[in-house]
Design a protein around this ligand. Structure first.
Ligand code: BTN
Length: 238
């Protein structure tokens, strides 16, 4: 595992994607990113004080590709576990597919990309960074809750170590145990949701459990339907 550290970079995901001669668990860490990338083409604001990092996971050809479909959930689970051991008093929630929420605001996000045989796992955590303006309505930083100053690199290493452990646990047949815990912390459970998917399709319903398949179950007009990754809006909190 090599660690590449930057004061400023465009994006740690982009850096690893373009890097020649990749090695598993190579990690890029940046103090700030000028073109931090979020999911669905969104920008990820990367002010100094946050944790911005990416690492590589090599696809194991002996493992069925479908097994990797739950990778975002295993990463989200690892963040949840890291945060819970860091701040045991706080009630972190898992927002399917892989965001962590607290006080109805996002504290971390994950962007998984694929380049040749590697998955590039990019993570942003709001730790010591101040969230300003409109973003304050939807995002929160750990320091704002606890008034502590966090050791960013230590937390990054803990997340990666936690992920390695959980990936092993997952590949060794323990998905049910991970799923059970994720459902205990399922932020979307019981919420009125509007889900956008496919080419401009949109449905509304109530969030249910995360299904064994890793999909989210939503009750729509009395019927349970399963959804793959889409864009979910919460229309009303219950
Ligand atoms: C999201 O919730 O939309 C995903 C955000 C992922 C942000 C991280 S920060 C480190 C890595 N580099 C990037 O450009 N993006 C990810």
């Amino acid at each position: 595992m090599r660690i590449f550290k930057f004061k400023e970079i465009d994006s740690t995901n982009k850096f690893l994607k373009e890097m020649k001669e990749k090695e598993e668990y190579d990690t890029a860490i940046a103090e700030t990113q000028v073109m931090g990338r979020g999911r669905r083409g969104n920008k990820w604001s990367s002010e100094k004080g946050g944790a911005y990092f990416s690492f590589l996971l090599k696809e194991d050809k002996n493992i069925a590709f479908e097994e990797y479909e739950k990778l975002p959930l295993v990463i989200g689970y690892s963040l949840l576990k890291t945060f819970e051991s860091l701040e045991p008093e706080l009630n972190f929630m898992f927002k399917w597919t892989n965001d962590i929420y607290i006080f109805d605001k996002k504290i971390s996000g994950i962007l998984v990309e694929k380049s040749e045989d590697y998955f590039i796992i990019g993570i942003g955590i709001n730790l010591n960074n101040e969230i300003k303006g409109e973003a304050e309505k939807i995002a929160i930083s750990m320091c704002k809750i606890t008034f502590k100053e966090y050791k960013i690199e230590e937390i990054i290493i803990s997340v990666i170590e936690e992920f390695k452990k959980n990936l092993d646990f997952y590949f060794n047949g323990n998905w049910d145990k991970i799923l059970f815990e994720l459902n205990q912390k399922n932020y979307l459970l019981g919420k009125d949701l509007c889900i956008e998917y496919g080419m401009g399709k949109r449905e509304t319903g109530k969030g249910l459990n995360i299904h064994k398949s890793g999909q989210l179950e939503i009750e729509i007009s009395g019927e349970k339907k399963l959804f793959n990754v889409g864009k979910i809006h919460i229309t009303k909190n219950n």
